[in-house]
Design a protein around this ligand. Structure first.
Ligand code: GTP
Ligand code: SPV
Ligand code: MN
Length: 674
């Protein structure tokens, strides 16, 4: 607790000096590591190289400490049970510490950056005492790729280090890239970096935006945004010239210093938690939690919250999206990106096994997509991650056999249940549970126990390369060209199985209105409906109204014929008895088929007030009644007038940051519904 911490500090007013030998010639990096070590006062500092030797040493250490149990049944794999209070992202402890409150926007928690830094100066003072401080250089995206980005996470958690080794390109090679960037900057000033990191398309985009700004759009608030972008770009340029821009700085501590001789616990953490982001200086500071999204800082903190800000300033997109490759029986492969809120089916869709003959789905990514325009004017996406941090419950042979096959080894399982013979189990892995288990809280469990054996947000951490359906091009640094973007969420009512947007702008409108029933991926009440625009509510690093505007500008700067088409899907429609009407999972391939056929001009649609619906869906061999199909593919205008009536309240939250274009779409919808 805070009290303990305060007491702790009083009894140790010393500044422990740590021997830090830096294996890097990047002066700013070395200085920063020293600075953090002086603040946090660990017993040791270790630079991580990402090697197998290191992995073996750290996993052995984790087994010794009781954090990991080695699984007898899976090669090189481990079970971990977290502290029962540290099982999910903590959205109410997640902060965007922008200089101006307005830049965090109404959907983010904001703390003044100066105030936050003062708090951290206290909290982090001595917080790694008795522990090892690990320095983890990492690359998000294929090593050396143009869309890829670099970072360094400092952490006192070996669980985080070994997880980062699965989830990112971590270690020596990433460090070399940071050093190369530093050397290039010193040789060529800040221009070296600019031409390296930004494509020609970006420059055109910037120019188009400036031209647009002077074309008399001043009245609609866009010019204000443009000025802000300009200022941010300038600030970024300045940072680059002093070496601060070579990598994103991420500091993590579980917040549990150890007294000399004090025994550690299997899952150290602190009741006080802060997951804080400094968008202007591209920094992340995380305190008190060891859980994935709070502690693996390359993932949501960097690849979405910080990267969304970088993307805004540089004319690209950082999104909470899976990427899949879809090959029809005849014809060319298409790449699809899809944004669904946490625990709403991204991993499952990314690894889907089609039930329709001749169709093939391959996986590029399951959670995050970074997208930039390529030289041909199309939008190209990479998966910035190297592993999957997936929801375990509900993952089984019948739902996601490819995920199950990925998990054969080299994986970490957190908050699942343990079988008596040294394997893992969770609800949905098999139809019948084993007769006896140890549940995620370490208690003896039988099917009569009346509680799930695994936590509903239990997760596996596993290398993407092990996925049997991983696409050969998943590590292509240039990315893959996206043909369609899907939005969706859990909606028991109102929302059809699939809707095609009428235009890019209308597609943005659909994305801005995503609403979903809450899941266990974040702390809070499960089942409650909440708006989750673009599935980015917990992940957008700046004002969400500006974020909508950024998406609109992206479209306005592009050739409309080359933009992906936008769809809205809902696998979660329920009937009056509460049963899912759509079988989902592999059967979702039928919806993907309709989408591809639409892109190819081969399938018909019927107009509805909310968008285009399938004139016919391939349901051959599917056990689906006429009534069910009608429910899935129809729009009830009465229900939708009620849905529409909720939109102004949602949009008004964003005040004058809300783009006028989306209000236009709202009025057009109301007209179509009248
Ligand atoms: P995050 O990792 O939190 O971002 O989640 P995600 O979007 O990747 O969700 P995931 O694919 O892990 O699915 C979460 C839960 O939804 C699992 O329990 C799945 O079994 C369930 N689910 C996924 N797809 C479907 C579907 O098509 N129909 C139904 N009924 N459930 C699904
Ligand atoms: C999510 O919650 O969307 C996840 C898991 O993918 S976490 O990495 O914890 O954010
Ligand atoms: Mn996610």
């Amino acid at each position: 607790t805070d009290d303990d911490l305060a007491r702790d500090k009083r009894s140790h007013p010393v500044s422990i000096s740590v021997e830090i030998s830096s294996p890097t010639d990047h002066a700013e990096l070395a200085a920063w590591v020293r600075e953090i070590a002086e603040l946090t006062k660990p017993d040791r500092v270790e630079w991580c190289d990402g090697s197998e030797v290191e992995w073996t040493r750290l996993t052995n250490l984790l087994v010794e400490q009781g954090t990991f149990k080695r699984l007898a049944k899976r090669i090189n794999s481990f079970y971990a049970a977290s502290d029962p209070s540290d099982v999910a992202r903590v959205e109410d402890r997640t902060f965007i510490c922008s200089e101006r409150r307005e830049d965090a926007g109404p959907t983010n928690n904001w703390i003044d950056p100066g105030e936050m830094r003062e708090t951290f100066a206290e909290l982090f003072d001595g917080c790694m005492r008795g522990r090892t401080m690990y320095v983890v250089p990492f690359c998000m995206g294929p090593l050396g790729g143009n869309i890829s980005q670099l970072g360094v996470e400092i952490t006192d958690s070996p669980y985080v280090v070994v997880s980062m080794r699965i989830m990112t390109r971590m270690g020596t090679e990433a460090l070399r890239l940071i050093e190369e960037r530093g050397a290039a900057r010193q040789a060529g000033g800040s221009e070296g970096r600019a031409s390296e990191g930004l494509s020609k398309r970006d420059h055109e985009y910037g120019a188009a935006r400036q031209a647009g700004g002077s074309e008399g759009r001043a009245s609609d608030g866009l010019s204000k945004r443009d000025h802000e972008h300009g200022a941010a770009r300038k600030a970024r340029g300045e940072r680059h010239s002093d070496g601060q821009g070579d990598f994103v700085k991420a500091v993590h501590s579980v917040g549990a210093p150890l007294e000399p001789g004090q025994a550690d616990v299997p899952w150290p953490c602190n009741q006080t938690k802060y997951i804080s982001h400094f968008p202007e200086t591209r920094e992340i500071w995380s305190y008190g939690s060891g859980y994935g999204g709070n502690a693996l800082l390359g993932k949501k903190c960097y690849a979405l919250r910080i990267a969304s800000v970088m993307a805004r300033d540089e004319g690209w997109l950082a999104e909470h999206m899976l990427i899949l490759k879809l090959t029809p029986p005849k014809g060319e492969a298409r790449y699809v990106a899809a944004a669904f809120p946490s625990a709403c089916g991204k991993t499952n869709l990314a690894m889907l096994r089609p039930t329709i003959p001749g169709w093939k789905v391959e996986t590029i990514g399951d959670d995050i997509a970074w997208m930039r325009f390529g030289p041909d004017g199309r939008l190209y996406a990479i998966n910035p991650e190297a592993g999957f941090f997936g929801v375990a419950p509900g993952t089984g042979e019948t739902t996601n056999a490819n995920a199950v096959a990925t998990l054969w080894g080299n994986s970490i399982f957190t908050n699942v249940a343990l079988t008596d013979d040294g394997d893992v189990w969770w609800e949905g892995l098999t139809d019948e549970p084993p007769a006896h288990l140890t549940d995620w809280k370490g208690r003896s469990w039988t099917p009569e126990s009346g509680e799930p054996a695994a936590h509903p947000n239990a997760r596996f951490t596993t290398p993407a390369a092990q996925c049997p359906t991983i696409a050969p091009e998943w590590q292509d640094p240039a990315g893959v060209p996206i043909s369609a973007i899907l939005f969706g969420g859990r909606r028991a009512t109102a929302v059809p199985l699939v809707t095609e947007s009428l235009s890019w702008q209308h597609g943005i409108f659909l994305g801005a209105n995503v609403a979903s029933e809450k899941t266990a991926a974040a702390e809070g009440r499960v089942g409650e409906l909440r708006r989750d625009p673009f599935a980015m509510l917990p992940f957008c690093g700046y004002n969400m109204g500006d974020y909508f505007g950024h998406w609109i500008e992206i479209g306005q700067s592009a050739d409309p014929a080359k933009l992906p088409r936008i769809y809205y899907v809902n696998w979660f429609r329920k009937d009056a008895s509460g049963r899912f009407v759509w079988p989902g999972f592999g059967e979702n391939s039928r919806v993907l088929k309709w989408i591809v056929e639409r892109l190819n001009g081969e399938a018909d649609a019927v107009a509805s007030p909310i968008g285009n619906l399938p004139a016919r869906l391939d349901t051959d061999g599917l056990d689906l009644s006429e009534q069910d199909l009608e429910l899935l593919l129809s729009v009830d205008p009465e229900v939708w007038r009620e849905e529409a009536a909720l939109i102004p309240g949602h949009f008004e939250t964003f005040g004058d940051h809300m783009p006028k274009e989306l209000w236009d779409e709202y009025h057009a919808l109301v007209k179509r519904l009248a």
